[in-house]
Design a protein around this ligand. Structure first.
Ligand SMILES: *Cc1c(COP(=O)(O)O)cnc(C)c1O
Length: 418
C-alpha cells in the first residue's frame, strides 16, 4: 500500500464519513453564527495543496530554509494584496489565528506588565482582549470598558475618562458582539489625549470595512488585526496591518517571538480570498449581508422581540430573551432542534452567567453566502420567535425543522452532491 496515494474515502472511512456528515449538516441547517461563513471552493482548493507540508520560517527574502522561491512569491503576493485592499502601510499574514495575531500585536507595542484598556467580554469584547480566562490577563495589566447598560452603546465620554484616569499604554477597540458602528476616529482622539497606542481588532467587521459599509480604522490605528474567516469569508487565519514604523516589531513578534513556521497552504488560500475582496461581487455580497441583518432585526422587532440597541448597523444582532423567560442556552438548544444554528451570548446588563446568559447572537454572513435574502430573513425571524416563545411545543419545532430543510434545499451552499 502506497500511503501517499491512498484515497481518503477508502483508507479512512471514519474521518471521511464525519466530513461528509458535516457537509450535509451545513446544507440542511441555517447557520446564524455571526463569526462563521463558507469559504469559496477556490480557497478550499488552494488550502488542500502540498503547500500544507512546507516549512518557511522567516519572511520573503530572509528565510531560514532553502527551496522557498515560490513560497516567497506567494507570501509577497498575499502581503501586497492585503496592503492594497485595506490601504495599510504594512501587512503580516502569518498569524495562525485572531488570538495569536492579537497577542503578537500586544508584544510588538508593549512590555510585559504594561497596561491595556480594552472592551469587556460581557459587553462584546473578545477573550484575547484580556478577559480573565485568557493568558493576556496574566501577561498585561488589563483594565476594561463596557457599554452603557441602558442603551447597549459604547459611551465614548466614559471611555475617555477611564483612559485619562488609568493611563493605559494601549487602547484596544473592536468587538465580537457589538451591533453598531464603532467610531474609530473618536478612539484615536481618546488615545492621543491619553498618550496611548491604538489598536483595532476588526475580526468581525473586516468585510464591511473593505466594502465601505463600515468606516475604516486603518488611518487612525497603530495596528489593526483581523481574522480571515468571518465576514472576509476565507479559510481560518489572521492578518495584522500596521503603520510602517511598527512593521519590524510586528513581524518579529509573530516570528520568532510567538510562532514558528507559518501555514503556507492557508496563506495561499488567503491570497485568493484577498483577490475576491476587490471584486464588485464581494462588495455586493457585503451590502446584502448588512441589508439582511437589518431585515432580520426589524422582522424580529415586529414580532415583539427585544433587540439590544434597538437594531443593527452591521452583520449581527443581539436578541434579549429576558421578556420571554427563556435563557440563551435553552433557546440555542431548541433552535438547533429546528435546524437554526445560533450561539448564546451575554447582553449588556446581563444578570445571567456565561453558560446561561440572557441573549443569543444572530448573524447573516453565512446565510447570505448561500444566496438567502430579505424574504428568507423574514422567514427566519418568524421561526426564531415561534421556537423561543413555545419551548414546550415539540411538534412546532419539528414543523419548523421541516420548513428550514425545505428552504435550505432551495439554497445549496456548494453546488455539489455528496
Ligand atoms: C473571532 C475573534 C478573534 C479570535 O479569532 P481566533 O481565530 O478564534 O483566535 C479575535 N478577536 C475578535 C474581535 C474576534 O471576534
Amino acid at each position: 500500500m502506497n500511503l501517499l496515494e491512498e484515497k481518503l474515502s477508502q483508507f479512512d472511512p471514519a474521518v471521511d464519513g464525519i466530513i461528509r456528515n458535516e457537509m450535509r449538516r451545513n446544507e440542511e441547517t441555517i447557520n446564524l453564527i455571526a463569526s462563521e461563513n463558507y469559504p469559496p471552493k477556490s480557497l478550499m482548493k488552494a488550502i488542500s495543496s502540498m503547500l500544507s507540508g512546507i516549512y518557511s520560517e522567516g519572511y520573503p527574502g530572509e528565510r531560514w530554509y532553502r527551496g522557498l522561491e515560490n513560497i516567497d512569491r506567494l507570501e509577497s503576493l498575499a502581503i501586497g494584496r492585503a496592503k492594497a485592499v485595506f490601504g495599510a502601510e504594512h501587512a503580516n499574514v502569518q498569524a495562525l489565528s485572531g488570538s495569536a495575531a492579537n497577542i503578537a500585536a500586544y508584544l510588538s507595542l508593549l512590555k510585559l506588565g504594561d497596561r491595556i484598556l480594552s472592551m469587556e467580554i460581557d459587553a462584546g469584547g473578545h477573550l484575547s482582549h484580556g478577559a480573565r480566562a485568557s493568558v493576556v490577563s496574566r501577561m498585561f495589566d488589563v483594565v476594561q470598558y463596557g457599554v452603557d447598560p441602558q442603551t447597549g452603546l459604547l459611551d465614548y465620554e466614559a471611555i475617555r475618562r477611564q483612559a485619562l484616569e488609568t493611563r493605559p499604554r494601549l487602547i484596544v477597540c473592536g468587538a465580537s458582539a457589538y451591533p453598531r458602528t464603532i467610531d474609530f476616529a473618536r478612539f484615536r482622539q481618546i488615545a492621543r489625549e491619553a498618550g496611548a497606542f491604538l489598536m483595532a481588532d476588526i475580526s468581525h467587521i473586516a468585510g464591511l470595512v473593505v466594502a465601505g459599509e463600515h468606516p475604516t480604522p486603518v488611518p487612525h490605528c497603530d495596528i489593526v488585526t483581523t481574522t480571515t474567516h468571518k465576514t472576509l469569508r476565507m479559510t481560518r487565519g489572521a492578518i495584522i496591518l500596521c503603520k510602517a514604523e511598527h512593521a519590524d516589531q510586528v513581524d518579529h513578534a509573530v516570528f520568532p517571538t510567538l510562532q514558528g513556521g507559518p501555514h503556507q497552504a492557508n496563506i495561499s488560500a488567503i491570497a485568493v480570498g484577498l483577490k475576491h475582496l476587490g471584486t464588485p461581487e464581494y462588495r455586493q455580497y457585503i451590502r446584502e449581508v448588512v441589508q439582511n441583518a437589518k431585515t432580520l432585526s426589524e422582522s424580529l422587532r415586529e414580532q415583539g422581540a427585544e433587540i439590544v440597541t434597538g437594531g443593527t448597523d452591521n452583520h449581527l444582532l443581539l436578541l434579549d430573551l429576558a421578556k420571554w423567560s427563556i435563557d440563551g442556552e435553552t433557546a440555542s438548544v431548541l433552535l438547533e432542534e429546528a435546524h437554526l444554528i445560533v450561539n448564546k451570548n451575554k447582553i449588556p446588563g446581563d444578570r445571567g452567567t456565561a453558560k446561561k446568559p440572557s441573549g443569543i447572537r444572530l448573524g447573516t454572513p453565512a446565510m447570505t453566502s448561500r444566496g438567502m435574502g430579505e424574504e428568507e430573513a423574514r422567514l427566519i425571524a418568524r421561526w426564531v420567535v415561534e421556537v423561543v416563545t413555545h419551548p414546550e411545543e415539540q411538534t412546532l419545532r419539528n414543523k419548523v425543522k421541516e420548513d428550514v430543510i425545505a428552504l435550505c434545499r432551495r439554497f445549496p451552499i456548494y453546488r455539489m452532491t455528496f
